[in-house]
Design a protein around this ligand. Structure first.
Ligand code: FMN
Length: 171
C-alpha cells in the first residue's frame, strides 16, 4: 500500500499552479527529509540553496536549458555537495543524489510536484551556477530541484519493472 501510494506514483512534474506559496514550515520539512538520506561515512556533505526570489527563479529558467517551467513554479532548491565534508573524493555526487531523491519523494508526499534538473556533470552549467550563487570552490552544484503545486500530473507511468534487469550472484 505504502509503496503504491508513495513511491510508484512519483513522477517529474513540469506544470505548476502559478503564485502558489510554499510555507517556510513546509520548506523546512522537505529539507529535513532530504537530510535523512544515506551518505558515505554518514558525512552528510550536502548544502541546500533555496531559491524563492522571483527574479532569480526567472533568471535561472533562462539559463538552465531544460528548466523553463521554473517560471511557474513556487521555488527551486539547488542541491550542492561540500567537498570539505565528504567521506572520500567524489562522494558528494552520490550522497547529494540520495538527498535529491529523498527531496523528490518528500514533495510527492506533501502533494507538491517536483522535477530534478541536472547541473552536474555539465562543467559549463556548474560554473554558471557557482558564479550566480556565489558558491565557494569546494561547494559543487549537483542539481536544481524545481518545486511547486502541480497544475497537471503526468499520466501514470508505464510499468518499469523489468525482470531482465535483475541478476543473481553474477552477470
Ligand atoms: C540526473 C537527472 C537529470 C535530469 N535533468 C532534467 C532536466 O534538466 N529537465 C527536466 O525536465 N527533467 C530532468 N530530469 C528528469 C527526468 O527526465 C525524469 O526523471 C525521467 O524522464 C523519468 O520520469 P519521472 O521522473 O516522471 O519518473 C532529470 C533526471 C535526472 C535523474
Amino acid at each position: 500500500m505504502y509503496l503504491e501510494a508513495g513511491l510508484l506514483t512519483r513522477r517529474s512534474v513540469r506544470k505548476f499552479v502559478k503564485n502558489h506559496v510554499i510555507s517556510d514550515d513546509n520548506i523546512r520539512d522537505l529539507l529535513k527529509i532530504a537530510m535523512y538520506a544515506p551518505s558515505g561515512c554518514n558525512k552528510q556533505p550536502w548544502e541546500f540553496i533555496v531559491v524563492n526570489d522571483r527574479s532569480l527563479c526567472d533568471k535561472i529558467s533562462d539559463i538552465h536549458p531544460y528548466a523553463k517551467f521554473l517560471r511557474d513554479a513556487s521555488l527551486a532548491v539547488v542541491v550542492c555537495g561540500n567537498e570539505q565534508q565528504e567521506c572520500a573524493k567524489g562522494h558528494w555526487i552520490t550522497d547529494t543524489s540520495a538527498a535529491i531523491e529523498n527531496l523528490l519523494l518528500a514533495c510527492h508526499g506533501l502533494g507538491l510536484g517536483a522535477c530534478w534538473c541536472g547541473i552536474y556533470p555539465d562543467a559549463a552549467l556548474m560554473k554558471t551556477f557557482s558564479s550566480m550563487l556565489n558558491l565557494p570552490d569546494y561547494i559543487k552544484p549537483n542539481a536544481l530541484v524545481v518545486i511547486g503545486y502541480p497544475l497537471q500530473m503526468p499520466s501514470s507511468v508505464q510499468d518499469r519493472f523489468r525482470e531482465d534487469k535483475i541478476h543473481y550472484n553474477q552477470w
